[in-house]
Design a protein around this ligand. Structure first.
Ligand code: NAD
Ligand code: LMR
Length: 338
């Protein structure tokens, strides 16, 4: 007998049929690294998302406990747990969206690139599983360093012959979430009414907030621009230092990840005008990957938007960002190509 929380296939089908009859769309979502600091609140928020019909929780530790716990929530999604590498294929088979927060987080004094050694191998293994078991799934990659792990994932998929650049997205949503919060504070607005495009990548100077394009249109003093740019670029480090060795952002990240995954699911459903920032395959600059606004649709990314007009301060920031990004992308690519 499977554990109580591992629902029988027949019950899963019954529930799925019920949803179909009611006209409710349902997507199958897997979280890889679901027992971690991000994974647990992310799993909880995903279980609350009405667009999710099946939720697979995979980790190399503690997946059964997290699954049992989450499965008691009286929301629609059916939850199943998967523990260890031998269950990775079962976790991935049939998924529409795979969200990956697996990997080690920073401690004070570390850069995101210091995580490369461990996380590159983890992302490689997980992406090999995706290429084999759900090659058409949308992938939301959270594991750091995102500027290198996205190129790693792309190379793994290319090697397997399954690469579709429209379906691979590095999650930079937390930069946007932070930017909205900090800018709203300065402007004295509700953060829900503010939208700040953040482009480039997801580490230090590669995080480039475009304050000249803030909505609603706003002007800032040079002092405010310096303060906001620095705070947005170092928001991750602010949390790492405050947690003093206990990890990096998990709760705000889970919130951002669900906000982003929900946008991907609304795109898959066919909603119009779903636009978010993400680190994706791109021709916006000379670099093969870059974060900009993208429009999400039934096939993943429908359109990658250009940067729009930049001021002098942002143009200088862009050059710095591109320099660092080029190295991080190359490091990811050569990890797979050797
Ligand atoms: P954590 O250590 O709390 O959790 C990571 C989880 O991954 C653990 O449960 C661990 O068992 C699991 N794991 C390790 N190897 C695995 C494997 N091979 N397969 C499946 N699961 C595996 O860390 P966290 O705080 O949740 O952070 C996870 C990652 O997300 C880190 O790399 C962190 O830097 C990154 N992060 C990214 C962003 C972003 O904006 N993109 C924001 C915050 C954190
Ligand atoms: C963040 O921006 O919070 C994450 O990338 C985690 C980190 O290491 O800062």
């Amino acid at each position: 007998h499977p554990p109580k929380y591992q629902m029988e296939e027949s019950s899963v089908l019954r529930r799925a049929n019920c949803r179909a009859k009611g006209g409710a769309p349902g997507f199958k979502v897997a979280i890889l690294g679901a027992a971690g600091g991000i994974g647990q609140p992310l799993a909880m928020l995903m279980k609350m998302n009405p667009l999710v019909s099946v939720l697979h929780l995979y980790d190399v530790v503690n997946a059964p406990g997290v699954t049992a716990d989450i499965s008691h929530m009286d929301t629609g999604a059916v939850v199943r747990g998967f523990l260890g590498q031998q269950q990775l294929e079962a976790a991935l088979t049939g998924m529409d969206l795979v969200v990956i927060p697996a990997g080690v987080p920073r401690k004070p004094g570390m850069t995101r690139d210091d995580l490369f050694k461990i996380n590159a191998g983890i992302v490689k293994t997980l992406c090999e599983g995706i290429a084999k078991c759900c090659p058409t799934a949308i992938v939301n990659l959270i594991s750091n360093p995102v500027n290198s792990t996205v190129p790693i994932a792309a190379e793994v998929f290319k090697k397997a012959g399954t690469y579709d650049p429209k379906r691979l997205l590095g999650v930079t949503m937390l930069d946007v979430v932070r930017a909205n919060t900090f800018v709203a504070e300065v402007l004295g607005l509700d953060p829900r009414d503010v939208n700040v495009p953040v482009v480039g990548g997801h580490a230090g100077v590669t995080i480039l907030p475009l304050l000249s394009q803030v909505k609603p249109p706003s002007s800032f003093t040079q002092e405010e621009i310096n303060y906001l740019t620095d705070r947005i670029q170092n928001g991750g480090t602010e949390v790492v230092e405050a947690k003093a060795g206990a990890g990096s952002a998990t709760l705000s990240m889970a919130y951002a990840a669900v906000k982003f995954a929900d946008a991907c699911l609304r795109g898959l459903r066919g909603d119009a005008g779903v636009v978010e920032c993400a680190f994706v395959s791109s021709q916006v600059t000379e670099l093969p990957f870059f974060a900009t606004k993208v429009r999400l649709g039934r096939n993943g990314i429908d359109e990658v938007y250009s940067l729009g007009p930049l001021n002098e301060y942002e143009r200088i920031g862009l050059e710095k960002a591109k320099k660092e990004l080029a190295g991080s992308i190359e490091k990811g690519v050569s990890f797979i190509r050797g």
